[in-house]
Design a protein around this ligand. Sequence first.
Ligand SMILES: Cc1ncc(C[n+]2csc(CCOP(=O)(O)OP(=O)(O)O)c2C)c(N)n1
Length: 322
Amino acid sequence: MKLRDIAGSTEHLTCGHRLCTGCAEPIIVRQVLHAAENPVVVANATGCLEVATTIYPYTAWKVPWIHSAFENTAATISGVESAYRALKRKGKIDKKINFIAFAGDGGTYDIGLQSLSGALERGHAFLYVCLDNEAYMNTGIQRSSSTPRGSWTTTTPVGEKLVGKPEYKKDITEIVAAHGIPYVAQTAPSHWMDLMTKVKKALKVEGPTFINVASPCPRGWRSEPEESMRLSRLAVETCYWPLYEIENGVWKINLKPKKKPIEEYLAPQKRFAHLLKPQNKHIVDDLQRRVDERWEVLQWKAEVSQQRSQQKQPPQTPASQT
Ligand SMILES: Cc1ncc(C[n+]2csc(CCOP(=O)(O)OP(=O)(O)O)c2C)c(N)n1
């Protein structure tokens, strides 16, 4: 895959949408759609991407696209994919089509989790892309279960009683991995080659696949619009957001950076400004400790699962997903 080829290929999400300046979501969507080799059908949950790209009577999408409620994007795309399989069985359609769902962290970690889990378990062939901007941004920056500990949001204010969100971020990538589906990955738009390679891989799989993408949001992260890709890179380089994939139960880390301290990621974002005051140092230390611990466990999982696969004892995959 060469940059020149991507630059020359058709845009499937066009300019003219009304996403904020510096929003990573359209960059991610364009990277995903450029990586797709077959025609695609997209289901899109309610959220920033949906509202800002389809302001009636306009649309920025050049692919078949269906809006779905906040809670059931995975069910919607499963239905579309089932209809496609039925038409194929009847010989009414013979071309290869890929099915992609896009949803924010609110639609994935929280409200859409049940339908996502169901669709993964049923084994539909689709790619689910979570655009993780770590809060309910479209409705005014409310906390989600993806919001990191210590972060300011409008529902986790900073004051005497509360110093941002008290709870840790939920690890949806691991929750999805626990479904035993054939392909799960985590990536970031600053690492476009990693992102696009993962999309290509996922779309080749005959079964459910999931990619979680870090999606910087200048409005909600209280950061400068031009900083978004640098923040995406810092998320990876601090190991806050490791680039890894799980292919048929085998964990692989795609980039092992020279780990930078978590402050470098926190400092440019005003949602964490209070954490840099001396009295809140314990929260930064706690975040660092957690990043370090999780990075260690991830490396251990990659090592052990790779050893197992080399011994030709891959974890069992249900028959419906082989
Ligand atoms: C069942 C339901 N609850 C609440 C809402 C209101 N709502 C619309 S978008 C949104 C937040 C979306 O957040 P997220 O999925 O993280 O996407 P983002 O807008 O941040 O990209 C909410 C709460 C809704 N449309 N449906």
